[in-house]
Design a protein around this ligand. Sequence first.
Ligand SMILES: Nc1ncnc2c1ncn2[C@@H]1O[C@H](COP(=O)(O)OP(=O)(O)OP(=O)(O)O)[C@@H](O)[C@H]1O
Ligand SMILES: N[C@@H](CCO)C(=O)O
Length: 321
Amino acid sequence: MAVYTDITEDDLKRFLTEYDVGELTSYKGIAEGVENSNFLLHTTRDPLILTLYEKRVEKADLPFFLGLMQHLSAKGLSCPLPLPRRDGQLLGELSGRPAALISFLEGMWLRKPEARHCREVGRALAEMHLAGEGFEIVRPNALSLEGWKTLWAKSADRADEVETGLQDEVTAELEYLEAHWPKDLPAGVIHADLFQDNVFFLGDNLSGLIDFYFACNDLLAYDVAICLNAWCFEKDGSYNVTKGSAMLDGYASVRPLSPDEVAALPVLARGSALRFFLTRLYDWLTTPAGALVVKKDPLEYLRKLRFHRQVRSATEYGLSA
Ligand SMILES: Nc1ncnc2c1ncn2[C@@H]1O[C@H](COP(=O)(O)OP(=O)(O)OP(=O)(O)O)[C@@H](O)[C@H]1O
Ligand SMILES: N[C@@H](CCO)C(=O)O
């Protein structure tokens, strides 16, 4: 459960006096997510989400994240909107953490997505990429090559505790990615964490995207690779080419990938798998036993990485010729 910072009712009520949101009637911590502390608030008006920003979110980045949600929403993308305080600010402080109130998005995330849902996700990702155009704040991706090296330096010594041989394998992978990472592909604002728990559906219809707290400027096709990793593998570790094909078709129906982007997909998918392996590994090694959060398995992403290593061309992901 991701409630790292607890709040008291008195503090919350004081925090809410800064907003025009009605009276608080109830609140509870949300048991999902691993990054920030989230609470669901019921008021005499609309339900709201309260987010307290935790360790991996830099306060200096919050204007980017909150401003991006406003920008995307104004462009017609369905995503939560940060609510302004009476003084116009989007950010306040609660229990010693930066905190924001966000509109509640209707829908549920899918535990067992099918190919048709992957198509919707591909389409929504491309719509987000187009809607991000013109957003003026820039945030380089803190979790690209340099960030991976920093994370790895903190975990490498203990990596073989998780699986023997990991230290050598990951060091070699980082060297490969550094030598082969594409540089001249189309770039823009990417979501960078569009996993199943960040896409809401109402029935079979995608109702919106949430959790923009890894969003940044990077290669658009890297975001596609993140989604292939997050959505198109089965629990047994196998890649589902039908889902991959649907995801890529959905994306291309809004924003066709260039031949260079297509050619780069295998290396981008390796990088994306390594990124989630590294954050999971770091959390695995550092989260204290008994913390109220469900740790995610780093080895799931190591297996995906090994799969991508033997992919020779993007057609293996299901790309139509
Ligand atoms: N705007 C919203 N509307 C409705 N529910 C929301 C909203 N924002 C967050 N939630 C709920 O809170 C949960 C956790 O939110 P979120 O994914 O932003 O947290 P996180 O800690 O950043 O998680 P992650 O592990 O995905 O990075 C979501 O799965 C959803 O149930
Ligand atoms: N989506 C990430 C967690 C949030 O960064 C993962 O599954 O590792």
